[in-house]
Every structure is written in structure tokens, then in C-alpha cells.
Design a protein around this ligand. Structure first.
Ligand code: SAM
Length: 242
């Protein structure tokens, strides 16, 4: 069997992630053992009767901050149970490095990913600082986009979907990964967005499929698709200023 990737998600809302992660290709990869995904309830690592995970912020201000004590106990226990020697700790925060296809590629070859889903005003920053001093961890603070969610669970789902589909064996036909939008290309080459796709019927609501796609000329089809990818990429890049 191909390499196994272990993923732990830590959250105070396990139900938010358990069902989505059991669906479709990721669910199948979990069943076949290509990927092992464990959802951990942060409150299981609390020590008080109220299962408290947050407290008021030092320095004042609105909202509550998640306590480093419970996060440290959870992460240590998860790392110890993982049977891997190196852990990628992903702390989800809108103040982090932006998630990208390149990061998904890199993380898809890791041994063990731990997703720390924040809530409230986020996680005490000493969690990041502490695990950055540990040689058995690499810590990344990651944002999935320039907007603020209520919690890290949706961000973890986005990242896991993008990462897991790059693990060899998860997608049945690996060719479908090579021509996709944002696919990594050789240094010096532009990463193109994918060309538009069409299926049957050949005409729908007065819109025919581009004639070239039914010509049977594979050389011309490849050329047309590349031109479409280039013009789409230029248009989107000029609209978004990227
Ligand atoms: N006070 C924080 C700030 O302004 O940076 C926002 C906290 S947010 C309400 C609560 C949690 O949602 C964060 O700790 C993080 O885990 C998650 N979150 C929110 N937006 C996110 C984003 N764009 N990417 C990743 N995680 C996000």
C-alpha cells in the first residue's frame, strides 16, 4: 500500500468535521487506510468540571482567548499517540500565511498533520512560540483567505481536502491532477488556470460546444486548451491584480 498520512484535527466542535471528512474520496481514503483522520475534542483534555478552554485576554479587550494549557496537553498527547517522529502543527488563524496549492503539495508528503482549530479570539500565542522551539514539530500559522470565520473548522476542511487529494492513490486517475488550475509547474514557467470543460449534450440552451473539441484532432485540441488557459489566466490575474 502507498504511504500513509496521519491527520489529527483538534476542535471544540468535533461534529463540525467528522461527517464531511467521512464523505467522497477523502472518506474512501480513510477507509482504505491511505489516510488516517482522527478528530479530537479539545474539551477532553481539560481538567476542570466545566471543561473550560478559554479565559479573558491579558491587556483587556473584547472576547475570550483559548488557553495554552489545554492546547499544550492536547497537542502533546496527540503527538505521543501518533507513532510518528515529526509533526506539522497547523494553527489556523486569519493572521497567518495564506494557504496555497504549493503549501498543499508540501504538506501532502508529511507524516503527520495536526490542525488546531481556534474559536473566540483565537489561541494564546505561546502555543505557537512553544512548539516552534521543539525539534519534533514544525509550526505554521495558516489562513485560508483574507476574511474572518467564526472558527478554524471550515479552514481545516478546506486544507485537508486540498492536501489529501494529492496523496498518491487518493484520486483514481493521477493524470487528473497534472493539468489542474494552480498545478505546480517547473521553475520559470507560469502556473496556469485550467481551460474550460464541456460535456454532453453538444448543444444546450442555444450554446454549442466549441467545434474544435468535437474535431477529433488531438493536437489542435491541446493547442486550443493551452490558449484558453493562457487567456483565462491573464484575464483573472488582471482583474485581481495578482
Ligand atoms: N481575533 C482573530 C483575528 O482577528 O485575527 C479572529 C479569531 S476568529 C473569530 C476565530 C478562529 O477562527 C481563529 O482562531 C481561527 O482558528 C479561525 N479562523 C478565522 N478566520 C480564518 C481564516 N481566514 N483562516 C483560517 N482560520 C480562520
Amino acid at each position: 500500500m502507498a504511504r500513509n498520512l496521519k491527520i489529527d484535527v483538534v476542535t471544540i466542535f468535533p461534529d463540525y468535521v467528522v461527517t464531511p471528512l467521512a464523505q467522497s474520496l477523502i472518506g474512501k481514503a480513510g477507509q482504505s487506510g491511505l489516510i488516517e483522520i482522527i478528530t479530537n475534542d479539545l474539551r477532553d483534555f481539560t481538567t476542570d468540571p466545566h471543561r473550560t478552554v478559554d479565559d479573558t485576554p491579558y491587556g483587556g479587550g473584547a472576547g475570550m482567548v483559548m488557553m495554552p494549557t489545554v492546547w499544550g496537553d492536547a497537542i502533546d498527547a496527540i503527538a505521543q499517540a501518533s507513532e510518528t517522529s515529526h509533526h506539522e502543527l497547523i494553527i489556523l488563524t486569519p493572521a497567518g500565511e495564506l494557504f496555497s496549492q504549493a503549501m498543499a503539495e508540501e504538506l501532502s508528503s508529511a507524516e503527520h498533520l495536526i490542525f488546531a482549530c481556534g474559536r473566540y479570539e483565537g489561541i494564546d500565542h505561546r502555543v505557537t512560540e512553544h512548539y516552534r522551539t521543539r525539534s519534533d514539530f514544525r509550526v505554521r500559522e495558516v489562513s485560508i483567505g483574507n476574511y474572518v470565520l467564526n472558527g478554524g473548522e471550515a479552514a481545516a476542511l478546506v486544507m485537508i481536502e486540498a492536501i489529501a487529494r494529492l496523496v498518491p492513490g487518493v484520486i483514481g486517475n493521477p493524470d487528473s491532477l497534472t493539468e489542474e488550475s494552480h498545478s505546480i509547474v517547473a521553475e520559470g514557467q507560469e502556473a496556469l488556470l485550467e481551460y474550460p470543460s464541456y460535456t454532453k449534450p453538444a448543444e444546450w440552451r442555444g450554446l454549442p460546444v466549441p467545434a474544435i473539441l468535437t474535431s477529433g484532432n488531438h493536437g489542435l485540441i491541446a493547442k486550443w486548451r493551452r490558449e484558453q488557459a493562457i487567456s483565462r489566466t491573464r484575464q483573472i490575474r488582471s482583474e485581481t491584480g495578482e
